[in-house]
Each structure stands twice: as C-alpha cells, then as structure tokens.
Design a protein around this ligand. Structure first.
Ligand SMILES: Nc1ncnc2c1ncn2[C@@H]1O[C@H](COP(=O)(O)OP(=O)(O)OP(=O)(O)O)[C@@H](O)[C@H]1O
Ligand SMILES: [Mg+2]
Length: 316
C-alpha cells in the first residue's frame, strides 16, 4: 500500500543576517534514510523519543513537506511524481490525523462546515448526500449532531479530536497516518478513538500508520512497530514481540529491558575515545555495547529473524 524507501529530510539552521548560510554545517537530520512498508489493512506503529523525526516523517510521506531524497510509493505510484489528478486522489485516500486538532480545525467555521469542507473539495455527493454522510460519521466517532452548530473552540479536546478524525473518515480513506491521535486526551476517550481506528481497519481494510509515544498502545494496536532514533528507523518488529523481543539497544532502553545483549561484553574505556562521527551509528554515544564498526559505518536494517529487522552491528 505504502512503500517508503531511503527517505531523507534535513533542516539547515543558523542565526544572524545570513540565516542558514552562515552555519551550513548545522544540519538537523530529522529524517535520515528511512525505509518501511505498510500493507493493506496493516497497522504500522512508529515510536521514538521526542525529536526523533516521527512528525517530519509523517509530513514528508503525506507530501505536506518535500523530501530531500528518497521515494514514497502509494499503490505502486511515486507520490513525489504525481500529477495534479493523481495527487488529488492521494489526498483523498491517504488522510492525516494530527495530534493537535486545534491547529487543523478552522476556529471560524462551525463543525458542520469543518466536516463538509473535504467533501466539497473532492466533489462528493449533493447537499443531502453530504449531510447523510456527516450524520453517519458523527455516529461512528460518537459525537452528538447537536455539536454541528458549534465552533471548534466550544468543544472539549476529545470532541475536537473526534471531529478531526470524522473529517478524515468522511473521505473513506484507504490509509490514515495518525500522529499522536490520542495524546492529551483522557484515557477513556483515547481508548475509544483507538478502538474506532482498529474497527475501521477490520471492517474496511484500512491501513494505519500510528505514531505515538505510548509504547503500550503501539504494541497493543500494531501489527508491526518501527522504532525511530535520531531520524533513523533502528528496528522493525512484530507488535506481539515488541515488548519483550526488541533487540536494538535503543529499543531495549525505551522499553526498560535489561541492557545485556547475549554474549556482548561492555568494552571498558571505549566511551572516553568516542568522537562525533557522521558516518557511525547514531546511537553510538548512548550505547554500552558499541564495537569498532559502530564508529565507522551506520548500520542498516538487517533481518535477524523472519520479519524482524534491526540496525545494529552488535545484534546477531
Ligand atoms: N521546520 C523545521 N525546521 C527546523 N527543524 C525542524 C523543523 N521541523 C522539525 N525540526 C527538527 O527535526 C527534528 C525532528 O522533529 P519532529 O517534530 O519530526 O520529531 P518528533 O519525533 O515528531 O517529536 P515529538 O515526539 O516531540 O512530536 C527535531 O530536532 C526538530 O527540532
Ligand atoms: Mg511529533
């Protein structure tokens, strides 16, 4: 359904009158060579600490922000090469749901027009059909029709998030890319929203990219989990195995698992000789297990068990 290959997005940042050109070496590698696939009806979870590049990755995959290099294919078609008509179809079939519904819902519109807008943009149905579709979606996201005449600012955070989700669902997408769709919501509402997404996946074979800080939620909901660290995908593992079977040192750190990696012996003294290296492993400085190769080349994802990929020189 979605095929992401070697995707990079770097930001150049600098200060002063010359702006970014004054410090051309200050580069944030927000997304740094990420590859993954999402199958039809699959839930692919993405976890990683704040700043690891999850939102940037989502924005680039959605073509809301240009990539530096790399490829995103949707149903076999290169997203960055799409013409206007293909892009319009992509925009309809691949829907984002972002964390902060406040920033995506126009505060001047009533909920009714917030919901109707995407249908109008995509020329879906006549007035009556659109109203029927909106009523149907309100039921799905468990919102009362009485909210239609309100402004987003008059709703609770959970209600706003459900409006944002309803808006995405109205176009009957094939893929939803949800960036922290439930963060900031109370646990009951968060559970309801997640349950709804999983129900849609079952009923409509919706593919879901679920970005979240919440490791429990991601492990529970995802068929596969991708772990991001400093712009790189360092591990891809089945959701069922994630909690106990993760093998990348960073994943194990995130999960609070023990840090021993089988036969690996901590090399004493190595830490003092570590220098920043663009070519080495991005986790080098925090990793107790690093060996010579980790300084020299960045490890790429490698299959260590069927369907289980790890980017680490030490993990066998
Ligand atoms: N427009 C931008 N200009 C410069 N740097 C940016 C920009 N957007 C993101 N970044 C930087 O890129 C890195 C990745 O940010 P991103 O928002 O993708 O992380 P994230 O994993 O979504 O974090 P969080 O979990 O906090 O949402 C960060 O270092 C961030 O400061
Ligand atoms: Mg983010």
């Amino acid at each position: 359904m979605l095929e992401v290959r070697g995707l990079c997005k770097h930001f150049l940042v600098g200060h002063g009158p010359l702006g970014r050109f004054q410090h051309p070496d200050h580069v944030i590698r927000a997304v740094d060579g990420v590859s993954f696939t999402v199958a039809e009806g699959e839930v692919f979870g993405i976890v990683g600490e704040s700043g690891s590049g999850k939102t940037t990755l989502a924005r680039v995959v959605l073509r809301l922000s240009p990539a530096d290099v790399g490829s995103v294919r949707y149903r076999g078609t290169e997203v960055f090469g799409m013409d206007k008509a293909a892009l319009k179809r992509f925009r309809r079939e691949v829907q984002p749901v972002f964390q902060d519904a406040d920033s995506t819902l126009d505060p001047r519109q009533h909920v009714a027009s917030v919901l109707e807008e995407p249908l109008l943009i995509h020329g879906v149905g006549n007035g009556e059909e659109r109203r029927r579709a909106i009523r149907g979606v309100l039921g799905q996201v468990n919102l009362s029709p009485s909210l239609l005449s309100r402004h987003p600012s008059e709703l609770s955070g959970g209600q706003r998030q459900r409006v944002a989700l309803g808006r995405a669902l109205l176009l009957e997408p094939h893929v939803i890319i949800a960036d922290e769709p439930t963060s900031g919501l109370d646990p009951i509402v968060a559970t309801q929203i997640l349950a709804l997404l999983l129900k849609l996946r079952r009923e409509r074979s919706l593919s879901l990219v679920l970005i979240s800080h919440d490791l429990e939620t991601v492990a529970y909901a995802s068929d596969r989990v991708g772990v991001m660290y400093r712009g790189r995908m360092v591990e891809v593992i089945g959701g069922d195995y994630f909690r106990e079977g993760a093998r990348h040192p960073y994943s194990r750190f995130l999960l609070g698992l023990d840090e021993s990696l089988g036969e690996t012996v901590l090399q004493e003294g190595v830490h003092e000789h570590v220098h920043a290296s663009e070519s080495g492993c991005s986790y080098l400085h925090s990793c107790p297990h690093h060996v010579h190769d980790c300084h020299v080349t960045a490890p790429s994802l490698r299959e260590v068990a069927p369907g289980h990929l790890v980017a680490c020189h030490v993990v066998k």
